[in-house]
Design a protein around this ligand. Structure first.
Ligand code: IPM
Ligand code: MG
Length: 357
């Protein structure tokens, strides 16, 4: 089993180091190889996704990814910005299925900005299509506007598009995931306005009727879904949606759980090769201070063991260890509340290592 370790920028290096410690504490044999990505790779090699990093990612069974980005790269041309590393890995490895669970841990019910009774026991899985939609659709660019309200004016444009097979395969991923949990799927679209999402809705409905009659399917417009997520989040089981809506809704859902510092994610291709990363970003404001919460990355390593490395028992062990350290009252500042014990990144990692053993 070969794992590419790509810590990236900001708190990425600190949190990935803790997850690597936890992986090493398992009695399993991995080959771990580290490479630079994002701003760190730009600084060292002049590109956020150097050839060597991409090659390593391609030949690995799984990628453990920290985070990329820092304000100091905002002025670079778009192709050189750290975020392009994420987009490039998604595209070149075909990582079309993005799993973003939003789970509210019992001990953190009070850390949510919503009333505890709305989020207690929350367990939603957002499945975001990750290689299509307006993120990757061509053509895109800048030009002189040929028509519209201001012909002749400077204009920018992107293209929203989905093909039938792209929708079919992500729909199947969602229905299969639902089969292993609450057996309900909500497909989120904007079919009332957009052609792209009328096709989305039609195809999801067809796949459901032909192959997944045992799963309950409903459809929701994205604006309503955004509202329902804060009104009655527990009504959802699996949510499946496109790249752009999934980006927005998954950030919204993450806050229901109290802290984005707790949420792992997985991005898979059709060979079950996957990139695993925390749902949060590089948090340059707290980088290097030793206060970042490593649990989302540690839980991402657990997802990696389950989805790409076929080691479900090891994944269970990590998840149980995380619950144990929370029960012990250990908290990084992002999830701290009175009566608990505030710890730093490294202490939290050490506690999980101990609990795994
Ligand atoms: C995410 C991020 C990325 C996205 C950015 C960093 C390109 O927001 O993974 O959700 O928009 O997909
Ligand atoms: Mg996002």
């Amino acid at each position: 089993m070969k794992i590419a370790i790509l810590p990236g920028d900001g708190i990425g290096t600190e949190i990935v180091a803790e997850a690597v410690k936890v992986l090493k504490a398992l009695d399993l044999k991995f080959e771990l190889e580290e490479a630079k990505v994002g701003g760190a790779a730009y600084d060292a090699h002049g590109h956020p996704l150097p050839e060597a990093t991409l090659k390593l990612a391609k030949e690995s069974d799984a990628i453990l990814f920290g985070a990329v980005g820092d304000w100091k790269y905002d002025k670079l041309d778009r192709p050189l910005r750290p975020e392009q590393a994420s987009l490039g890995l998604r595209k070149h490895l075909g990582l079309f299925a993005n799993f973003r669970p939003a789970i509210c841990y019992e001990q953190l019910t009070h850390a949510s900005s919503l009333k505890p009774e709305l989020v207690a026991g929350l367990d939603i899985l957002i499945i975001r299509e990750l290689t299509g939609d307006i993120y990757f659709g061509q053509p895109r660019g800048r030009r002189v506007s040929p028509d519209g309200h201001f012909p002749g004016a400077e204009e920018a444009f992107d293209t929203m598009r989905y093909t039938r097979p792209e929708i079919e395969r992500i729909a199947r991923v969602a229905f299969e995931a639902a089969r292993k949990r609450g057996k309900r799927v909500t497909s989120v679209d904007k079919a009332n306005v957009l052609e792209t999402f009328q096709l989305w809705k039609d195809v999801v409905t067809e796949v459901h009727a032909k192959e997944y009659a045992d799963i309950a399917l409903d459809h929701m417009y994205v604006d309503n879904a955004a509202m329902q997520l804060v009104k009655e989040p527990k009504r959802f089981d699996v949510v499946v949606t496109g790249n752009m809506f999934g980006d927005i809704l998954s950030d919204e859902a993450s806050m229901l759980t109290g802290s984005i510092g707790m949420l792992p994610s997985a991005s898979l291709n059709d060979k079950k090769q996957g990139l695993y990363e925390p749902s949060h970003g590089s948090a340059p404001d707290i980088a290097g201070k030793g206060v970042a919460n490593p649990l989302a990355t540690i839980l991402s390593a657990a997802m990696m063991l389950r989805f790409s490395l076929n080691q479900p028992e090891a994944a269970d062990r990590i998840e149980a260890a995380v619950k144990k350290v929370l029960a012990q009252g250990l908290r990084t500042p992002d999830i701290y509340s009175e009566g608990t014990t505030k710890v730093g990144t490294r202490e939290m990692g050490d506690a999980v290592v101990k609990a795994v053993g």
